[in-house]
Design a protein around this ligand. Sequence first.
Ligand code: NDP
Length: 418
Amino acid sequence: MTPREASQAPLEFGGPLGVTAMLLLLPATMFHLLLAARSGPARLLGPPAYLPGLEELWSPRVLLLLFIWLGLQVALYLLPARKVAEGLELKDKSRLRYPINGFQALVLTALLVGLGVSAGLPLGALPGMLLPLAFATTLTSFIFSLLLYVKALAAPVSALAPGGNSGNHIYDFFLGRELNPRLGSFDFKYFCELRPGLIGWVVINLALLMQEAELLGSPSLAMCLVNGFQLLYVGDALWYEESVLTTMDIIHDGFGFMLAFGDLAWVPFTYSLQAQFLLYHPQPLGLPMALFICFIKAIGYYIFRGANSQKNTFRKNPSDPSVAGLETIPTATGRQLLVSGWWGMVRHPNYLGDLIMALAWSLPCGVSHLLPYFYLLYFTALLVHREARDEQQCLRKYGRAWQEYCKRVPYRILPYVY
Ligand code: NDP
């Protein structure tokens, strides 16, 4: 059996042409956002205020800083874990083991950053380095994805991802050929999913807050809300780290440029856009409005956490008392689909909660600019596309049972609308 025969998946993202466009557009968009956030007009649409020269983008010192950061996160990953979890069964019937110590890595990073700052580490200088740091990270992601591609050439067919093995080099480089590339027990995809980029994102946010405090005397309420909300999101992802083992990224997608660039560069540099915008464009925010935004965030988090936990508990142990009473649809695979509770409201309640939270992250930036709403717009497009991909996979997996579920729960993300 050839890798192409092993891969049953139809081409995604518009095939080779679509992914070639994304290979160029994703980094270009990221740099556009970084430049727009610091420019006076802060325009989301339209050309950037200026184009930086190579001397502004390339810095060996910043590259070294990036490697120190990645090295620190690798070291924290290798520390003893409170738990070692097993992933889902693979094609060859084996299961991989994963350390559950992401939250510990976040806490230890916070301690180290705290110690560093009290010893004089100039964290407030980080915002000034974002451009070369994003450039170094993009370059590193490209080279890393190339190495992953080459490594996958020697991988057995059973280790290949369902997509990413079309035979077209660019398409496969983008999607990723190997499902779980590892060096010994070190899992590259699992490491990148929740650590350097996600923890890096909140460190960048903190640096922006510190620089704002230096400039204004104290951080603004808007900046505090954005920092708090996004720290909660990252802390939650790491606290419930084990649930990443059942996500599409881990069980379906190969590890190629899409995830490597997404995890390492896109997340920290574009998800911190609201805090970047606020540093250069301070926004007044009164207490009543701040409380209202906190309320929106709380609703989003309640739905997001409730839906994700309900499904994870159900998948781990359907007789758990918290889910045993829920109505289900049996499927030919032996697994069941929830058809009441959160998963009876819409077919992706967790996406709904996530989108409500995304709105709460943008609102502290006011309504005078579109730029801070980029995340909400991009994330809506991402989740609508992701939902369609997941539906296709579930239809293939569950057939008539999935059709029955769609009939019982007709809306995908937003009740009565979509
Ligand atoms: P989900 O957690 O939504 O998982 C989808 C899977 O859940 C399906 O493939 C199916 O798998 C199972 N499932 C679907 N319907 C049911 C049902 N009724 N009953 C039981 N199981 C069901 O997938 P994602 O990986 O897309 O999302 C995970 C979280 O990550 C979400 O909260 C999402 O918002 C968030 N996310 C955030 C991103 C960001 O950049 N901030 C990016 C992407 C996701 P099976 O049956 O095989 O278990």
